[in-house]
Design a protein around this ligand. Structure first.
Ligand code: MRU
Length: 348
């Protein structure tokens, strides 16, 4: 099944907190519960939470008792405020919520029921569009992969981080489907272990060879010539090409550049935020300190100590060789090439 799905007024999510031990599908009939699921990371990954938010707005429309256009639009504004607060870094979430508000505001609607139907249609279009876009990115990115490459990958950017197929992992998957022999070094990605739990699970299911590594092994493996390519996703890309992604990405960029290994971020143009001139303006989510002091409920640090848990970092654009989008691979100067890639999408 898709990571994010909809069946007759119910949003169905693969519960990513339980993988790889249990494959459980959680069901949501209420946008408030769905907002909690995004915060708790039942679903995570920029495109996946974008699609979930789109369905959350559709649920809010369905569950609203409103029978006038003004009142359903007011209920949707309240739902948008709640959903927007769930996770601040990935721009896809905010973007999909704004899109749904625009759909609801369309002057062509004369009844609240028309708004409800349009919100569901738009959420389906977002979900279907994500899968199609990921396949296109996969093909563009696979051109960068040579037969025999060892690819270092951070966090989880696969089917589970999207509606289906994936971004950076989609590139690896596409190269594998083309018959290229690839080997993946999977960063475990502390503290939530998206690499160890989710990427390893996906690669195992796909039959793509990999080794799991601790995050701090990446530098040694890159410096000793055991990595040909670094592929990561993105949660938000500023207009100048600075990339916010899972904490630990920045150090990979610096080490890759220092050792002459190419590093690409793979992301749909919906992750590009042209309103932000640089990555310094991207909000960085700080998550609960218990994610650092405990591993799956088991305390690994002295009781009551202080901890910091920034969930993302910003890799300045100078460390990126290029950015893979559904409209092609773009290269520096990113101010020009990224804008062009985004505009190309909007004229399609
Ligand atoms: O905290 P997460 O697991 O939501 O973070 C996910 C990432 O950082 C991914 O690399 C990013 O969303 C791109 S995935 C398509």
């Amino acid at each position: 099944m898709r990571t994010v799905d909809w069946e007759q007024g119910v949003v169905r999510l693969i519960d990513q907190r339980k993988l790889p031990w249990e494959f459980h599908v959680a069901e949501y009939r209420d946008h408030r519960a769905l907002a909690e699921a995004i915060t708790d990371m039942v679903v995570r990954g920029a495109p996946a939470i974008g699609a979930t938010a789109a369905y959350g707005m559709a649920l809010a429309g369905l569950n609203s008792q409103a029978d006038t256009l003004d009142s359903i639009r007011a209920d949707l504004q309240a739902a948008a405020r709640l959903l927007r607060e769930t996770r601040p870094t990935a721009v896809n979430l905010a973007r999909e919520i704004e899109l749904q508000l625009k759909v609801a505001a369309d002057p062509q609607w004369t009844t609240a029921d028309q708004v409800r139907a349009a919100l569901i249609r738009e959420a389906h279009a977002t979900a279907d569009g994500d899968v199609a876009i990921n396949r296109r990115m996969g093909e563009h990115g696979a051109n960068l992969v040579s037969d025999g490459d060892t690819i270092l990958h951070h966090c989880n950017t696969g089917s589970l981080a999207t509606v289906d197929y994936g971004t950076a992992l989609g590139v690896i998957r596409c190269a594998h489907e083309q018959g290229k022999q690839v080997h993946v070094l999977v960063d475990e990605t502390r503290p939530r272990l998206q690499g160890a739990r989710l990427t390893a699970w996906e690669l195992d299911n796909l039959g793509i060879p990999f080794d799991l590594i601790v995050d701090s092994a990446a530098g040694h493996l890159i410096r000793s010539g055991q990595v040909n390519l670094v592929l990561v996703g993105a949660d938000r890309i500023a207009a100048n090409g600075d990339v916010a992604n899972k904490i630990g990405t920045y150090q990979l960029g610096v080490i890759a550049r220092e050792n002459g290994v190419p590093m690409y971020s793979v992301a749909p143009t919906s992750t590009v935020d042209l309103a932000l001139p640089s990555g310094d303006d991207i909000p960085i989510e700080e998550r609960p300190r218990e994610e650092v002091t405990c591993v799956f409920g088991h305390r690994v640090a002295p009781d009551g100590i202080s901890a910091r848990n920034p969930a993302f970092d910003v890799t300045p654009h100078r460390y990126l060789t290029g950015i893979v989008t559904e409209n092609g691979v773009v290269y520096p100067p990113f101010e020009v090439s990224l804008r062009r890639a985004v505009m190309e999408g909007s004229s399609l």
